[in-house]
Structure formats: structure tokens, C-alpha cells
Ligand binder design. Structure first.
Ligand SMILES: CC(C)(COP(=O)(O)OP(=O)(O)OC[C@H]1O[C@@H](n2cnc3c(N)ncnc32)[C@H](O)[C@@H]1OP(=O)(O)O)[C@@H](O)C(=O)NCCC(=O)NCCS
Length: 120
């Protein structure tokens, strides 16, 4: 399993996964969000691939050269509760070992939880 960079051909699956975020229930908002990931280079979206299936999503914004803030994290419901969400956060940190990975209001509950587990 691995994090892959979002590209336009994954738009449908990415929108499906994004819609699990409580903030993305409205279709207009969801379309705006995916457009932002498509068009603004500071916004970066990753997908979590297991074999040939895409089951998770992690995205956010580079606040500056050294800080990435996670705005979206979601997983297909049939794969939850097995540590995959935690693995996605860890994979992002491994990809950017020199950068600060932060969360926002909507993702902090889970990201903080991952941090606690990482330090146990
Ligand atoms: C958040 C999400 C990606 C977690 O994925 P996951 O693979 O099930 O998570 P993990 O198995 O790695 O971790 C599970 C632990 O995180 C906790 N957790 C799950 N969702 C959480 C949330 N929204 N806030 C805080 N903790 C959460 C679980 O209670 C569990 O704790 P435990 O180990 O003490 O039982 C998944 O639940 C999801 O897609 N949710 C819908 C989207 C969403 O709400 N995203 C924003 C989250 S703040």
C-alpha cells in the first residue's frame, strides 16, 4: 500500500472519499474543494492505494515551504478501524521528514490521536 499523488483521472473516486468529511457534504462545496486541489499548486491531494484499489484520501495545503496543514483525511468505511488512517498520516510524514505536518480544526481530532499513538 502506498500514497499516490492525485490526478484528474481519479476525480470521481476522490470526490467520493472527500464526501465522508463532515465539511464536504454539500455538492457545491465538494466541487469547489476538488477544483482547488486541481488548480492551486499549494493544495496537494494524495490517495491511498492498496493493490489496485483506492480506499483513502489525505489532502491539505502548504502554508509555507516547511509546513503542510492537513485539511482532509478520509477512508472508505469498509476499511476503517484497522490502523489505515494512522498509516496514511505516517506515510505523509515519511514522505516529508523535514517538514512540519499540522492539522486544522476539522482534522485535528484524528491527527492528534495519531500523534499520541506515535509517541507511545
Ligand atoms: C478518520 C478516519 C480516516 C480514521 O481512519 P481509521 O483507519 O479508521 O483510523 P485508525 O484505524 O488508524 O485509528 C482508529 C482510532 O482513531 C479513532 N478515530 C477515528 N475517527 C476519529 C475522529 N474523527 N476523531 C478522533 N479519533 C478518531 C478511533 O476511535 C480509533 O481509536 P482507538 O484505536 O482508540 O479505538 C476515518 O474514520 C474516516 O474516514 N472518517 C470520516 C472522515 C472524517 O471524519 N475525517 C476527519 C477526521 S477528524
Amino acid at each position: 500500500m502506498m500514497l499516490i499523488r492525485y490526478k484528474k483521472s481519479f476525480e470521481k473516486i476522490a470526490m467520493g472519499l472527500l464526501s465522508y468529511m463532515p465539511s464536504e457534504k454539500d455538492l457545491k462545496k465538494l466541487q469547489q474543494t476538488i477544483k482547488q486541489y486541481d488548480s492551486d499548486k499549494n493544495w496537494q491531494l494524495f490517495l491511498w492505494k492498496v493493490d489496485e484499489d483506492i480506499i483513502g484520501l489525505l489532502g491539505g495545503v502548504w502554508e509555507d515551504d516547511s509546513t503542510f496543514k492537513i485539511h482532509h483525511i478520509s477512508l472508505n468505511p469498509s476499511h476503517r478501524g484497522q490502523g489505515i488512517g494512522n498509516s496514511m498520516v505516517k506515510a505523509l510524514k515519511d514522505l516529508y521528514p523535514d517538514k512540519q505536518i499540522q492539522s486544522n480544526k476539522l482534522t485535528s481530532a484524528f491527527i492528534n490521536k495519531c500523534e499520541q499513538e506515535g509517541s507511545e
